[in-house]
Ligand binder design. Structure first.
Ligand code: NCD
Length: 330
């Protein structure tokens, strides 16, 4: 387990992963390489080093919003490497009694865990945790803000599928207003050369102008409407679909009406895939869960890669857990 950034120091040790913008490109690439090394090592049953490094380490998994993949993959990652998990959630914790996030964080800190993973509906919640916990804190999704570990696994998958990220044409489709996965991913793509990013969204769910303003300083972006989805399939290397984030709509009758109006505005159908150009090696990704935005028949096509994306989440999270918690003597 050499550290190629600097063989004498593990520069990730003790760090928080809150925003993808906290990671410069060479660190992102390093994590992707570490994940690839872990994928290989685990495939070859070569995991004793990881077991030695992680034995007895404790991860506190604090998911205050629903999760299947992110929470399970973090737990699977630490358990496969010989560590332990304490899991808390909104229903089984004193959050239900009205405790503040800050007090929950200060409490967790007193148990001296090795790493803490948090998901919460409030933008900025992971930062509040990090400010009150001395162990490394990993943001597993804070409101509509960011989801940096999803981005790392998305980048890993793109690299695996296409061998590179530079120069690709990538369409981000769906809820670009509330979707934290696409916010983080778009920011990360600013690190790569010559990417062209199509932003395809319902008018009501366009990417916020504050974000597109930032993106356009380093990235070629083109906003498109949903009617152009099929045409876009014929032009891109990667189509990344996303779900409408129903839970982020205002909790009022008007908010719910707006959701009902928008919800069936886009569905990727198998028929639409006839636009894909064979020579382009076109791929479909999705952070999941998917609801109505992809016809189930698409799953069986050679273009669909979202379940491999799920698997890659395990390797990325194993890499992060090792890097953030590894001391000098591990
Ligand atoms: C995403 C999330 O929670 O932001 N899911 C995930 O972690 N893979 C996407 C979503 O909920 O739509």
């Amino acid at each position: 387990m050499e550290d190629s950034l600097n063989p004498n120091v593990n520069r990730f040790m003790g760090r928080d992963i809150i925003s993808i913008e906290d990671l410069p490109k060479e660190e992102i690439d390093f994590i992707l390489e570490k994940a690839s090394e872990i994928e290989n090592d685990f495939r070859n049953n070569n995991f004793l080093n990881y077991r030695k490094a992680m034995a007895g380490k404790i991860m506190i998994s604090a998911f205050f919003e629903p999760s299947t993949r992110t929470s399970t993959s973090f737990q699977a990652a630490i358990l496969k490497m010989g560590g332990n998990v304490i899991a808390i959630n909104e229903d089984n914790s004193s959050r239900k009694k009205g405790e503040t996030l800050k007090d929950t964080a200060k409490t967790i800190d007193r148990y001296n865990p090795d790493v803490v993973v948090i998901r919460h509906r409030k933008d900025g919640s992971a930062r509040i945790f990090a400010e009150n916990i001395s162990a490394p804190v990993i943001n597993a999704g804070d409101g509509k803000n960011q989801h940096p570990t999803q981005t790392l696994l998305d980048l890993y998958t793109i690299k695996e599928l296409r061998g590179k990220i530079d120069g690709l044409k990538i369409a981000l489709v769906g809820d670009l207003k509330y979707g934290r996965t696409v916010h983080s991913l778009a920011l990360a793509l600013m690190n790569y050369e010559n990417c062209l990013v199509f932003l395809v969204a319902p008018d009501e769910l366009k990417m916020p102008a504050s974000l597109t303003g930032k993106l356009s300083s380093k990235l070629k972006i083109e906003e498109r409407n949903l009617a152009e989805l099929q045409k876009t399939i014929g032009e891109v290397d990667i189509l990344l679909m996303t779900r409408i984030q129903r839970e982020r709509f205002p909790d009022s009758p008007e908010g719910q009406q707006e959701y009902e109006r928008i919800k069936s505005q886009y569905t990727l159908t198998k028929n639409m895939l006839s636009m894909a150009k064979p020579q382009k090696n076109f791929k479909i990704m999705h952070p999941l869960p998917k609801v109505d935005e992809i016809e189930p028949a698409v799953d069986k096509t050679k273009y669909a890669h979202y379940f491999k994306q799920v698997e890659n989440g395990l390797y990325i999270r194993e890499a992060l857990l090792v890097l953030l918690t590894r001391g000098k003597n591990d």
